[in-house]
Write a protein that binds this ligand. Structure first.
Ligand SMILES: NC(=O)c1ccc[n+]([C@@H]2O[C@H](COP(=O)([O-])OP(=O)(O)OC[C@H]3O[C@@H](n4cnc5c(N)ncnc54)[C@H](O)[C@@H]3O)[C@@H](O)[C@H]2O)c1
Length: 425
């Protein structure tokens, strides 16, 4: 593979649009990064526009990242300088549709030539680790799609590449945490305005048919990273954790009830929080009546969020206990101006952190929480044990693979010839 240094020495950094189309047509189609260069420091922003690049130009890049970046570009906050995809036609279309000046099929080369301040990573999950590391080492902040990476070991490897003080940092896309509804309820719960949270339900009950799982990379640990707990329910669990704070233990079950997949297609879990609150969590792709729901019963009111793929103030409902004071209820129900959950809402927050040189929300320990819970959920389900927070670290098989090598769940490995001792044991 050509290194970024090769790329910069073999081609001038002066680019016309014509040059870039030649890049798209003729560059290597190997877009994995080997992060070959010395670590570069982030370039100070000093009030200028943030130079942003998008890696992976498929559905979420076109549907959510490009519109969010374009909205902030219109406000003078960012400038979209480049896009990268292993598929030359895809990146060509993305650049043409979005007015993006430079398209690449080589990530290292883009990082070396464009020196972006911010990189949106919108590729399949198994690429997130190496591409995030490459961008961080090139001095760029990263906004990486969920699920963050396939394992806690991968997450820790990424975090180790963040800047020590002031960035660059890698933030995970968890857009459901953002917007006026989640902010208001997080504040109410943190302040114990409705009393202590006691009982919660977290539900991602969606429906995916056989055709959905006919796509070869779906349903496999290696390529999808996990089943619905990882790929679908992660948003609701992440929001639950964002609202309720740290959990302390989990007991779970997983099933493979309908689809021909390596992973589960449904899971259920019981979670105890450090606050003492107890929660049920259901992640399913078998549920024809689809809904995403979080319900939290506090001492003086029940808070309920019901939506599918995103929420605004109208999706939240607060039901007071019979003896709640009317002025309290009015304050609880005052969500303020409606800011729907969205990529744009999170990106605004991230850009603010970049300008302040502060660790953004949903990065580091704050970005790791849902992957920790999912890892523990799988370990509990596959080992039939209660798993405590912080017990999964280096040396634990679930630290490096969500299936933990569990018989019946881990991908089958080729049989090794049995030794005489093994046969007689
Ligand atoms: N936040 C959300 O609500 C949300 C919703 C949907 C998808 N996602 C996540 O976004 C990510 C991408 O999903 P998608 O639905 O856009 O997938 P997609 O298949 O539509 O797009 C992925 C793109 O990555 C490109 N790609 C593959 N290998 C590459 C490489 N080595 N370098 C550069 N580009 C490469 C592909 O050519 C493709 O264009 C996944 O992690 C997914 O879970 C998040």
């Amino acid at each position: 593979m050509r290194t970024a240094r090769d790329a910069t020495t073999s081609k001038t950094t002066e680019h016309t649009e014509h040059d870039e189309h030649e890049d798209i047509a003729h560059e290597s189609t190997e877009c994995r990064s080997s992060a070959p260069y010395e670590r570069r420091a982030a370039v100070p922003l000093d009030g200028r526009r943030i130079k942003a690049a998008v890696i992976g130009t498929g559905a979420i890049a076109s549907g959510s990242h490009l519109p969010a970046l374009a909205a902030l570009a219109a406000e003078g906050e960012v400038e979209i300088v480049a896009a990268v995809d292993i598929d030359a036609d895809a990146v060509g279309r993305f650049c043409a549709d979005g007015g993006v000046p430079h398209g690449y099929t080589d990530l290292d080369r883009m990082l070396a030539e464009q020196r972006p301040d911010l990189v949106s990573i919108c590729t399949p999950p198994t690429l997130h680790r190496e591409q995030t590391v490459a961008a961080l080492r090139a001095g760029a902040w990263v906004w990486c799609e969920k699920p963050p990476v396939p394992s806690l070991a991968d997450f820790d490897a990424v975090e180790a590449q963040e800047g020590a003080d002031g960035g660059p940092y890698a933030s995970i896309v968890f857009q459901h945490r953002f917007g006026s509804g989640a902010r208001h309820v997080r504040r109410l719960i943190a302040d114990r305005a409705m009393g202590r949270p006691l009982v919660a339900h977290c539900q991602t009950t969606w429906y995916r048919d056989t055709a959905y799982y006919a796509v070869p990379w779906r349903g496999k640990w290696e390529t999808e990273g996990g089943g619905p707990a990882m790929g679908h329910g992660i948003h609701q669990m992440d929001l639950l954790l964002d609202l309720l704070g740290p959990w302390s233990e989990v007991r779970a079950m997983a099933g493979r009830l309908v689809h021909d997949v390596q992973t589960e297609d449904v899971s259920t879990a019981l979670v105890r929080f450090e606050s003492g609150a107890l929660a049920t969590v259901v992640n399913s792709v078998l549920s024809p009546d689809e809904v995403s729901r979080i319900r939290i019963d506090c001492e003086r009111a029940t808070v309920e969020l019901t939506h599918l793929y995103g929420h605004s103030n109208d999706n939240w409902r607060i039901t007071p206990a019979p003896d709640a004071r009317s002025e309290d209820v009015a304050a609880w129900r005052d969500f303020g101006a409606d800011v729907p959950s969205s990529h744009l809402a999170q990106l605004r927050d991230l850009v603010g952190s970049m300008r302040a040189g502060e660790r953004p929300r949903s990065s580091g320990a704050d970005g790791r929480t849902s992957l920790e819970l999912i890892t523990a959920l799988y370990k509990s389900a596959f080992t039939d044990t209660t798993v405590r927070a912080d017990e999964i670290g280096p040396g634990d098989p679930y630290y490096t693979a969500l299936h933990g090598g569990a018989p019946g769940w881990a991908p089958a490995t080729p049989a090794t010839p049995a030794t005489h001792e093994e046969v007689s044991a």
